[in-house]
Design a protein around this ligand. Sequence first.
Ligand SMILES: Nc1nc2c(ncn2[C@@H]2O[C@H](COP(=O)(O)OP(=O)(O)OP(=O)(O)O)[C@@H](O)[C@H]2O)c(=O)[nH]1
Ligand SMILES: [Mg+2]
Length: 302
Amino acid sequence: MGEFKSGFVSIIGRPNVGKSTLLNALIGEKISIMTSKPQTTRTNIKGILNKENMQIVFTDTPGIHKPKNKLGTFMNKNVNHSMEGIDLLIFIVEADSKEIGKGDMYILEKVKASNMPCILVINKIDKVKRDTLLQYITNFTKLHDFSAIVPISAIKNDGIDGLLVEIEKLLPVGPKFYDDSEITNQSEKEIAEEIIREKALKLLQDEIPHGIFVEVTEFKVKTKLDGEKFYNIEATAYCERESHKGIIIGKDGEMLKKISTYARQDIEKLMNRKVNLRVWVKVKDKWRDNENDLKKFFNTTE
Ligand SMILES: Nc1nc2c(ncn2[C@@H]2O[C@H](COP(=O)(O)OP(=O)(O)OP(=O)(O)O)[C@@H](O)[C@H]2O)c(=O)[nH]1
Ligand SMILES: [Mg+2]
């Protein structure tokens, strides 16, 4: 066996191409939430993969898009940060047509400017025709000298091992940066917040779920009378308007109940422990354009 390899790898791409699905497939655990709506991921989320001969620190990032508010600007800035001090970029695209779209061309410029080795991952091959895929790859090959081009289906776990082989070739010899037991930089509290937001994104329509911020205000281990331990989680879902609050709560509280129940079930599965979850809804007017709210919510000084 060769020397131990390690490195930092950022996964970038347009919204909704499957960055978070890929991260979860690589790590084999649900670390990052995934939905069919664009702009699901808002911050950089690390997932650490340990193999016998290497450790890879992946970062899932928000989809690069034209920002419509300060939250969008903050999300794009996160992507820029994720591209600093790393060893390798993964640029993930979706072959939805033979032509390369404007959004991907914009990201390709960023890839070029970074001077970073880059693997082009073409995701969702389960839903494209072979000739579309081949033409798409040919078009990309003409535009940039990628270190490798790997077609995959993240959702079907197809092509992930081949991708890891390509990554290994490009990683430098290096130490373990994290303990084997650490698989993400996210705390259990943050994971709970994200899962609640994921359920809101899945169950609600239009702009409403995009205007939601979830904050867990209590996360405690408690003991039932029979001695069984459980997590008591209290959370607040902030939304932008009184009318949105009504929709999130729903008729007779049905919608909020659904969101809470699905979230609780997922959190229980992930944390392997019973959970008592209560979610409140509050209004915070236009928080996505409020510098102070963003700073507070995302714990950032920028
Ligand atoms: N058919 C198919 N769908 C996929 C595949 N990978 C991901 N998806 C779907 O694509 C949608 C977006 O996946 P995400 O992983 O949330 O995408 P993302 O790039 O992280 O999106 P943002 O965080 O919004 O930038 C979800 O509905 C996934 O189920 C795939 O290989 N095939
Ligand atoms: Mg994502």
